[in-house]
Design a protein around this ligand. Structure first.
Ligand code: AMP
Length: 592
């Protein structure tokens, strides 16, 4: 079906169908991404009817990847990145090695050439940025300790892929006697008159990545926040929004063109150099709607590549591929994290988040087929494996959550067995969870205390006053950093999303006297109020709202008092005006 406007028809077809099928999936309690993938299959070439542009769709999806990684960078400081390197670097390398080995084994059994089998294995070893970040965001884990490890792991995988994409054509060209494809390498070879070889090429690629990181940390760190501050001073929200978008897309594109790093990595660094600026929150807010829209297109574009008949033609090979991605990779990641003593819960989260493949795998598969290393059926298996593993991913998170207590039991029993029976002896092996805050949390022992949800601009004022009034209280806050600050001050605090299961119980809500919900989102607040009231009917609940409708919503769900922020601001202003006018009347003269 010819289209005069392929860009528009691809965007419209993608958005409209993704919306309809995402809503249907939601209705049936399935994750919306299943709907997006089906939308992709429907607008793809393997189903009758409208076919979206197959080249444009993945390019549009890249915008989603850029904005997602930019958003993650905004919440990530260099310190965060360096703090997870000890586990992320060896973890990602060992896992890539293991998955590649499994993939190579499968290729060997299929009778593929060694090069093709290795590309196949490599393609199965890298997780999709979009799937991983969406999963973490949905579970509000990006800013938790587990989330940081997962993101660090992703960055290492990303770097490994940058290297692989440069090396595979080079290795293939050495094998086939063709010339190098990297323009800088070609220029070097011509200038020096000698061949730089594979070792030289690896060195060159690493040099370019290092140069990019250095440029970002030295210049970018000064220039990018300064630009954004300037724009913020114009007072134009539109210009600010545009500035954020220009920085995210511009740096990502520039980095990929000049330094050969991936768009995702470029965007991550653009976000990271902004993370220390106080404007980072506004930048994150402004890029959110576009990010969500374009990451939906990622799933649509993946769905478009899928030929459903392969499931009937090659069921066993696909089962093996999915097994490698979902079970093989997860098992490797789980063992590595446990070996690093990061706790069962972290190990399960990391395994679940990496048990899928996506965009990098497609690029590797295309490259392998293009270089005649990988047979076409290998690419089809990768595509099918990607779709199935993406659909199974929410299930993996669900299963790991269900399996967690059992794994923890086993770990605790093992630790107990290794502990000598004498009272004074230290445990031979620290209980694994000890490194992880979330797992060591025991219910708060207070009685008749106040539970404060949120420690932002509002919550910290409430906390300071409770402290002065010597009222015992415990804070639930989702930002790990804020919780560490609270612990440092000796205040009881629990990290996590107050609406998630078990958190209110940890705060001993059943014995609490009052609950102060100081978070800005009234829907989340409503859920928290409702759950808390169910657990303790005598609880005094005070909540925060921004409109009359929100006041009504929260009151209906059981809040005793709802404070509307805007009304209090107006009251505060009037009170101040009143004071000024009165003092003017008392002593006439200019008010400073
Ligand atoms: P502010 O709007 O400045 O008062 O900040 C609100 C604070 O509440 C921030 O520190 C958020 O991290 C925190 N917060 C928002 N939603 C939740 C939630 N559901 N559970 C726990 N903390 C939350």
């Amino acid at each position: 079906m010819p289209h005069a406007t392929p860009l528009i028809s691809t965007l419209v077809g993608g958005f409209v169908l993704a919306f309809i099928l995402g809503a249907i999936a939601h209705r049936f309690r399935l994750p919306p991404l299943v709907g997006y993938l089906v939308a992709g299959i429907l607008v793809g070439p393997y189903t009758p009817g409208f076919v979206a542009d197959q080249n444009l769709a993945p390019e549009l999806a890249e915008i989603g990847v850029i904005l997602l990684m930019f958003g993650v960078g905004l919440h990530f400081s260099l310190k965060d990145l360096l703090s997870v390197r000890v586990i992320a670097v060896p973890g990602a390398i060992v896992q890539i090695g293991f998955a590649t080995l499994l993939g190579w084994g499968m290729g060997y059994l299929m009778g593929w050439p060694t090069g093709g089998s290795l590309v196949f294995g490599l393609a199965l070893s890298v997780a999709s940025t979009v799937v991983l970040l969406k999963a973490l965001q949905e579970r509000r884990m990006v800013e938790t300790a587990k989330g940081r490890i997962a993101v660090g792991w992703l960055i290492v995988e990303d770097l490994a892929m940058v290297l692989a994409l440069v090396l595979i054509p080079a290795v293939a060209s050495v094998g086939s006697g063709e010339r190098l494809s990297d323009p800088l390498a070609v220029a070097l070879v011509e200038m020096s008159g000698m061949d730089i070889g594979i070792g030289g090429l690896i060195g060159l690629t690493l040099l370019k990545v290092a140069l990019f990181v250095a440029v970002m940390l030295v210049f970018g760190r000064k220039v990018i926040p300064a630009i954004l501050h300037r724009i913020a001073h114009t007072g134009s929200r539109e210009l600010f929004r545009l500035g954020v978008l220009a920085i995210a897309l511009g740096v990502a594109f520039g980095a990929s063109q000049l330094f050969g790093v991936s768009l995702a990595l470029g965007a991550f660094f653009a976000g990271m150099v902004l993370s220390e600026s106080e404007l980072s929150h506004s930048a994150a807010r402004e890029s959110l709607p576009l990010r969500d829209a374009f990451s939906v297109l990622f799933f649509v574009s993946v769905g478009m590549l899928f030929d459903p008949t392969i499931l009937l033609r090659e069921p066993l090979a696909i089962l093996a591929t999915v097994f490698i991605i979902v079970i093989g990779k997860s098992a490797a990641a789980f063992l590595i994290v446990v070996l690093f003593r990061k706790g069962i819960s972290t190990a399960l989260t990391i395994s679940a988040s990496l048990a899928q493949i996506g965009e990098f795998s497609f690029i590797l598969a295309e490259l392998g087929v293009g270089l005649k290393l990988l047979p076409e059926e290998g690419r089809d298996f990768i595509l099918a494996g990607a779709i199935i593993s993406i659909v199974l991913n929410p299930l993996m998170f669900y299963l790991t959550e269900r399996l967690r207590p059992r794994f923890e039991d086993v770990a605790a029993r093992r630790a107990a067995r290794k502990t000598p029976q004498t009272e004074t002896a230290a445990p031979a092996e620290p209980v694994e969870q000890a490194t992880e805050e979330e797992d060591t949390r025991a219910p708060v022992q207070h009685d008749g205390h106040c539970v404060l949800v949120g420690y932002g601009r509002v919550g910290r004022i409430v906390a300071a006053n409770l402290k002065t009034a010597k009222i015992p209280f415990v804070v639930i806050e989702e930002s790990d950093t804020l919780v560490s600050d609270l612990h440092a001050e000796g205040i009881d605090a629990i990290a996590g999303h107050a609406a998630s299961a078990g958190l209110l119980s940890l705060a001993n809500i059943a014995r609490a006297r009052s609950l102060v919900v100081a978070i800005p989102d009234a829907f989340e607040a409503g859920y928290i109020v409702e759950s808390a009231k169910k657990m303790n009917g005598r609880l005094l609940v005070i909540a925060r709202a921004h409109s009359d409708a929100e006041v009504e919503h929260l009151t209906n769900l059981g809040a005793d008092t709802v404070i509307m922020g805007e009304r209090e601001v107006a009251n505060g202003m009037l009170k101040r005006l009143d004071q000024i006018l009165h003092s003017e009347m008392a002593e006439p003269g200019p008010v400073v």
